[in-house]
Design a protein around this ligand. Structure first.
Ligand SMILES: [Zn+2]
Length: 122
C-alpha cells in the first residue's frame, strides 16, 4: 500500500514496457482526452489507464480494509477517485474511445496481463 499521491510511475513503466515489447506503439498522457489516459492508441481509438489498487479502489473492491489512521480521509479520497475514473471513462466512451484499466495487482503475472492486453488491443 503506497501512501504517495499521484501517478504510480513504476506501475506505469512496467505496463508501458510490456506493451512496447508486445509491438504496440502508443502516445502518453494526451492532454486533449478526458483523464489524460496513460497510454493512447490513436489509430485504434483505445486507451489504457494503469491504476494503483489502493488509490483507485481496487483493494477495497477485493475486501481490503481502509487503514485505521485517517480512515475517513482515505475513504473520501478513494471514493472521489472512483467517481472521477468512472466519469472519465464515460466521457471517453461518448467520444468513441474504448478504455481498459490495468490494475497494479495484474502486473504480478505479466504473461496473463499480456493476454488481456492483446485481447483488448487486437
Ligand atoms: Zn488490484
Amino acid at each position: 500500500m503506497r501512501a504517495v499521491k499521484g501517478r504510480n510511475t513504476s506501475l506505469e513503466w512496467t505496463v508501458r514496457r510490456l506493451i512496447f515489447r508486445m509491438g504496440y506503439r502508443y502516445r502518453m498522457h494526451r492532454a486533449d482526452l478526458p483523464g489524460k489516459p496513460d497510454l493512447v492508441f490513436s489509430g485504434r481509438r483505445k486507451v489504457i489507464f494503469a491504476h494503483g489498487c489502493f488509490w483507485h479502489g481496487h483493494s477495497f473492491a477485493r475486501g481490503a480494509r481502509a487503514p485505521k489512521t485517517n480512515a475517513a480521509y482515505w475513504r473520501t479520497k478513494i471514493e472521489s477517485n472512483l467517481k472521477r475514473d468512472a466519469r472519465q471513462i464515460e466521457a471517453l466512451s461518448a467520444a468513441g474511445w474504448r478504455s481498459l484499466i490495468v490494475w497494479e495487482c495484474e502486473t504480478n503475472d505479466l504473461r496473463i496481463l499480456a493476454k488481456r492486453l492483446r485481447g483488448f488491443l487486437g
